[in-house]
Design a protein around this ligand. Structure first.
Ligand SMILES: Cc1cc2nc3c(=O)[nH]c(=O)nc-3n(C[C@H](O)[C@H](O)[C@H](O)COP(=O)(O)OP(=O)(O)OC[C@H]3O[C@@H](n4cnc5c(N)ncnc54)[C@H](O)[C@@H]3O)c2cc1C
Length: 417
């Protein structure tokens, strides 16, 4: 049996290791197109903060790890997949045969169509190469303009602020992290960032980028309001798109990403997908979607590998769960944090203390939540939502006193267990 995995990020690596554990005799090949040993993008902010070196971002620190597990690492780019002949076409020429295939190609940063977006000094913050280029250009005191204040945008702000940069953020939504935070929470994060010296423009778009007058490397970004902002570096954090180009013409069904069933298998037998590229069943919405976070990538990779090795495992679907550290302020959102039609909700706001809790109920079950500064509740909220725990009389108590969430968990979830 020859297992081939396209993509050597966290999903690819964990799938390869799981396969080796379950199937000691099979051949396992892991193909990645980035020059570095398999690394974690999550670690890039720590690299930019100077807390770790490049080797600290590597997923496995022992250089012999893959060799020892007889996982063949190939540095190449898969250009096409022939599913009828079970063969990959590689950029370097030639091909590679497979019996079972895992697509774990992740996603790439979107470059919005803005005039000037390709000028030197305009970078994404998605790969090791991006992080190196930001570190080379963004010296203490220099001006950085960041386009986008979504999940990744907020995560990297800490690294930029800690480098002593003068940071301005432009976000087209009416709040920060609009696809993860309620309006009140998103504005609270904005206030926190402004308190840390970050300039934040909401409901604003960068419409053009040009070189500053007078030569040199400086840039100028023009906003839709007409305002111009000078910057030495511009970082684009405007979302990501699954890497599915190499699947064109393969017959593997894709929507935004690769469409998979509960076993992480695509419509083509023997071809699976996991991680940022997989469009799997979402626990919260009941629909298919992409849950582009590392814990989901790793969980899906394990499940896909079990199925590839012949042990049937079905996923219950991923719970949407985002935990975010924005320049030291911890926020999180869970499940259907935006609520459901006809459902009830409660919101507790303590703006001066940067504490916030919003609970969303459907019948007497907690379906979603958003918090700021209440890290001790993360496990409890997850447990209640994922377990679809019936709250009974605790629902009305929580509507009056939402901070009693841990008591509700002990009374209902643990008691039932
Ligand atoms: C700065 C930053 C901070 C982040 N912080 C967090 C965080 O705090 N928490 C969290 O949960 N998530 C975080 N993420 C997101 C997390 O990194 C991703 O969810 C995770 O990397 C997904 O893993 P993956 O294996 O699916 O894809 P990837 O890590 O993207 O790996 C896929 C690999 O496949 C390669 N590839 C693609 N196409 C081909 C091809 N045709 N041939 C060969 N190779 C190919 C890619 O180049 C890449 O190396 C962060 C991301 C960034 C950029």
């Amino acid at each position: 049996m020859r297992h081939v995995i396209i993509g050597n990020g966290p999903a690819g690596v964990v799938a390869a290791e799981t396969l080796r554990k379950l199937d000691p005799e099979s051949a396992i090949t892991l193909i990645g197109d980035e020059p570095e040993p398999p690394y974690s993008r999550m670690a890039l902010p720590y690299l930019m903060m100077g807390e770790i070196g490049e080797a600290g971002t590597y997923l496995r620190k022992d250089p012999e790890h893959y060799h020892r597990l007889r996982i063949e690492l190939v540095r190449d780019r898969v250009e096409a997949v022939d599913t009828s002949g079970r063969r990959l076409r590689l950029k370097s020429g030639g091909g590679l045969a497979y019996d079972r295939l895992l697509v774990a190609t992740g996603s790439s940063a979107i470059r919005p169509e803005i005039p000037g977006i390709d000028l030197p000094g305009v970078n994404a913050c998605w790969t090791m190469a991006d992080a190196r280029s930001i570190m080379a250009r963004a010296a203490a005191g220099s001006r950085v303009l960041q386009i986008g204040a979504g999940f990744i945008g907020c995560i990297i702000m800490e690294a930029l602020v800690s480098r002593g940069l003068k940071l301005t953020v432009v976000e087209m939504g009416d709040r920060m992290v609009p696809r993860m935070m309620t309006p009140v929470a998103g504005r609270m994060i904005r206030d926190w960032c402004e308190g840390k010296g970050v300039r934040v423009h909401l409901s604003a778009r960068v419409t053009a980028i040009r070189r500053a007058d007078g030569g040199g490397n400086a840039l100028v970004a023009r906003l839709d309001s007409g305002e111009e902002i000078g910057a030495d570096t511009i970082i684009v954090a405007a979302g990501v798109r699954p890497n599915i180009a190499c699947l064109e013409g393969s017959g593997i069904a894709c929507a935004t990403g690769v469409v998979v069933d509960a076993t992480l298998q695509s419509n083509v037998q023997g071809v699976y997908a996991a991680g940022d590229v997989a469009e799997a069943f979402n626990f919260s919405t009941g629909k298919r979607g992409i849950n582009a976070i590392q814990p989901s990538a790793v969980e899906q990779a394990r499940q896909a590998a079990c199925n590839m090795a012949g042990q049937r495992v079905e996923s219950r679907g991923n719970l949407t769960l985002n935990v975010l550290d924005t320049v030291g302020l911890i926020s999180s959102s869970f499940g259907q944090w935006w609520g459901e039609p006809g459902g009830q909700s409660v919101e507790l706001v303590d703006a001066p203390a940067f504490r916030y809790l919003c609970l969303q109920f459907g019948d007497d079950v907690l379906v979603g939540a958003t918090c700021i500064g209440l890290t001790e509740h993360v496990g409890v909220l997850r447990g209640l939502i994922e377990g679809r725990v019936k709250l009974g009389p605790w629902k009305d108590r929580l509507l009056r006193e939402p901070l009693r969430i841990a008591e509700a968990y002990l009374a209902r979830a643990q008691a039932a267990a």
